[in-house]
Design a protein around this ligand. Structure first.
Ligand SMILES: O=C(O)C(=O)Cc1ccccc1
Length: 310
């Protein structure tokens, strides 16, 4: 049996389309799961080699179920990311007219991307959340709802037709997906990488978040995502999901992570992996004084001072 990748299913999700853009997906068995949790659990228990799930979109930010799964439980690691431009189609059973639609469904992350369209075209419709956009299409096929927002490509799979296509409140809306596996050595740096971590503050004090972010800022590391998530320990108790530009084997990133490890209650490393928004082969510039050579040179200088050889 080939190694398998679990993904947020059923067949016909945007997640499946994004997964199929990865060359390695062609050599794996792709198995749909009903939720992000069950796909990630399949990896945790060794049923799947990796899981492919949505993690962020450009309209609402982080997809909290995915972030919360990565923050807690048995540690997992991100190995790849994929960006997909998203527009929705309104899928209905053949013959349904716009005026027939009383109920509509989709994944909760779809709602902020179609809210204005709904207000204009179906102001009185009742929204129900589905486990995924393709699951919403399946529920329309079963007659549970009148319409679903999903990819146009899902229509044929569920015997539906697209009453409207190209629905998107925000121009260029993109969703980011990640391939998640059990912890292992990260892929080698490409020159345009991203590192994801979760940070827990040691205590609550003025400027606490600034202290954490300062570890990145003083080493010239740009941040690409900062999302607080409740720890569950009470109001005001948060951990921080951070995506930072660079790879853990870059000296500046390694030093920033060492700094965070010293000052945080806990740091969870979620992986270093190639950025999907940069062309392969393109190397990101570093800020003055933050290249590997400059870190090595500075460490040598300190060693020579300690030896009285400067
Ligand atoms: O992959 C899907 O179809 C999903 O249900 C997740 C999702 C939700 C909204 C936009 C893109 C992907």
């Amino acid at each position: 049996m080939p190694a398998s990748y679990a993904y947020l299913g059923p067949e016909g999700t945007f997640t499946e389309v994004a997964l199929r853009t990865l060359p390695e997906a062609a050599t794996r068995e792709l198995i749909p799961y009903v939720s992000v949790q069950s796909a990630l659990d399949a990896v945790r228990v060794g049923e799947a080699e990796a899981a492919f799930v949505p993690i962020e979109n450009s309209v609402e930010g982080g997809i909290t179920t995915t972030l919360d799964e990565l923050v807690a439980g048995t540690p997992l690691m991100i190995y790849r990311e994929v960006l997909l431009s998203i527009t929705f189609a309104l899928l209905v059973r053949p013959g349904t007219k716009l005026s027939d639609i009383k109920t509509v469904t989709a994944h909760p992350a779809a709602q902020p991307q179609v809210r204005n369209w709904l207000k204009t075209h179906l102001p009185d419709v009742v929204w129900e959340s589905a486990a995924s956009n393709a699951d919403g299409a399946r529920l329309v096929q079963e007659g549970r709802y009148d319409a679903a927002f999903a990819g146009e490509f899902a229509a044929a799979r569920y015997g539906l037709e697209a009453l409207e296509t190209g629905i998107h409140d925000a121009e260029n809306a993109q969703t980011r997906f990640v391939l998640v596996g059990r912890p292992a050595r990260p892929a080698a740096p490409t020159g345009a990488d991203k590192t994801s971590v979760v940070l827990w503050q040691r205590d609550d004090h003025p400027g606490g978040l600034r202290d954490l972010l300062g570890e990145f800022a003083t080493r010239g590391i740009n941040l690409m995502l900062l999302q607080s998530r409740p720890t569950g320990a009470g109001i005001g108790n948060y951990c921080f999901c951070v995506d930072a530009e660079g790879h853990i084997s870059d000296r500046r990133m390694a030093e920033a992570l060492m700094g965070l490890k010293r000052i945080c209650l806990q740091v969870r490393f979620l992986g270093s992996y190639p950025r999907a928004d940069v062309r392969p082969g393109e190397v990101r510039p570093t800020f003055p004084g933050t290249s590997d050579e400059e870190f090595v040179g500075a460490a040598d200088w300190v060693a020579r001072c300690q030896d009285g050889r400067f």
